[in-house]
Design a protein around this ligand. Sequence first.
Ligand code: GDP
Ligand code: MG
Length: 182
Amino acid sequence: NAKTTQVKLVLLGEAAVGKSSLVMRFVNDDFQENKEPTIGAAFLTQKIALEDKTIKFEIWDTAGQERFHSLAPMYYRNAQAAVVVYDVTKAASLDKAKSWVKELQRQANPNIVIALAGNKVDLVQPAGEGEDESMENGRQVPTEEAKAYSNETGLLFFETSAKKGDGVRDIFKEIAKKIPLE
Ligand code: GDP
Ligand code: MG
């Protein structure tokens, strides 16, 4: 009979990195290959039960923040958690993710729990024999680079595949653990 705590969570990151797909995987355990882009903001909820508490995520999957940056503060205002997403096969999407993290750390709730998610790991092929493992085929962001940045910056860090489901539940579970009990 654990207490349920509601947590407002926002997704941020460059267009097409897989924000909506991560939410769809977490909420419906489903994936669509050629998903239509989100129009405006979609609102979904999903619960996670931990030993001592249940967290009900109120998830704001935004679009438009990608092009109309000025809309973003409306979404992340009052958010207790954020998932900032990049695509491991697109180096520039990590730069964009870093700029979102900076903005959140400056402007959002000072206690916000932020997770960085490197999505689309299913597109990465393992390095061949004798090849540099940090640069597997198709990968543009080495795991260690993103992990080091996350440690320095105080973020949770996961590599994920919305397509296969890898790592997706872990993001939300680790965020849930970090939300203080009221
Ligand atoms: P958003 O704009 O950040 O919300 O991105 P979407 O969720 O709409 O995804 C953009 C495109 O990338 C779609 O065609 C998805 O099917 C695809 N996609 C999303 N996540 C993954 C993933 O983990 N692996 C692969 N291979 N494709 C993905
Ligand atoms: Mg979307």
